[in-house]
Write a protein that binds this ligand. Structure first.
Ligand SMILES: C[S@@+](CC[C@H](N)C(=O)[O-])C[C@H]1O[C@@H](n2cnc3c(N)ncnc32)[C@H](O)[C@@H]1O
Length: 273
């Protein structure tokens, strides 16, 4: 009767009910696994993550914007003969299972307009600076950065597959506005990367979980203490910087210069040492 009243066939209603039961069973399984691994706290975290992805206005704004940005990424690649667009799961890219979560699980290219807005907010005279992209993926940020007159541009990427693609992209890219040709992409774990002893712009497009971010900041802080120089950090997140900003905002060596929905800009000024 209900099916007739809503204009849905009995088969469609049965399919919906089956789908509902499948989803409920999946959620129950995930909750059981979380409980086994981390008790009530882990189940609470699972529930709040699920609610965030399902209901958060930030995620909805990002999801609405995504198709336009993905079309722009594809147009960029078609124009320059590069391969940067699309999403890749790190588990399919030669990353050890234990390291996938440290790297937030997936590759995505930075949105070009957010990248340029963040660099405009930084407002630097780039010639004296080396640009370092921590977690450089297929090199989109490296290519975009090469339209600025940086002294050098370096990408650090721990997936050998993505790193190879970045190298190919660097060879292919000839931007109309290109100002820097000293680009290189290194295959390494950011945790083991020694920052160059130069003035730096360190770029992060949501590459790490909080512990990895803390460890990378620690290393940058040590480097700044042992050799005083200008170091700036640009953190971007295409949904909202709030997802990971506490690690940065609360860091005693970081001075916030600019904060927008999708990027943060800091100066690294070590307090002691
Ligand atoms: C969201 S993608 C950003 C790609 C690129 N920076 C861009 O803006 O287009 C993050 C990248 O960080 C890489 N990554 C995550 N953890 C890493 C680590 N510990 N060392 C090096 N690369 C890492 C991932 O493999 C992924 O390619």
């Amino acid at each position: 009767m209900a099916a007739v009243a809503t204009g849905r066939s009995a088969n469609e209603s049965r399919r919906d009910v089956r789908h509902l039961f499948t989803r409920a069973a999946q959620a129950l399984r995930a909750a059981k696994n979380a409980y086994r691994e981390g008790g009530v706290v882990a189940v609470e975290r699972l529930a709040s993550d699920a609610a965030y992805w399902r209901f958060s206005p930030r995620v909805r704004r990002w999801a609405r914007e995504l198709p336009r940005q993905e079309a722009a990424d594809r147009a960029f690649d078609a124009y320059y003969g590069t391969e940067t667009a699309g999403e890749e799961l790190l588990q399919n890219l030669g990353i050890a299972a234990g390291d996938v979560a440290r790297g937030n699980g997936r590759y995505r290219p930075v949105w070009a307009d957010v990248f340029h807005q963040a660099l405009a907010a930084l407002g630097l005279d780039c010639e004296r600076f080396t640009f370092v992209d921590y977690g450089s993926g297929k090199g989109k940020a490296l290519l975009l950065a090469s339209d600025y007159p940086f002294e050098e541009i370096i990408g650090i990427e721990y997936s050998p597959e993505l790193q190879r693609i970045a190298e190919r992209n660097i060879e292919r890219y000839r931007g109309r506005e290109q100002r820097c040709y000293q680009l290189r992409s290194i295959c390494a774990d950011a945790l083991r990367f020694e920052p160059p002893n130069k003035p730096l712009v360190c770029f992060f497009f949501n590459p790490f979980d909080d512990d990895t971010m803390r460890a990378v900041l620690e290393r940058l802080g040590e480097s700044a203490r042992s050799s005083r120089r200008e170091i700036y950090l640009v953190y971007t997140n295409m949904r909202n910087v709030r997802e990971h900003e506490d690690v940065l905002i609360e860091h005693e060596d970081l001075v916030l210069l600019s904060r927008e929905e999708r990027y943060l800009v800091f100066a690294l000024q070590p307090c002691s040492g």
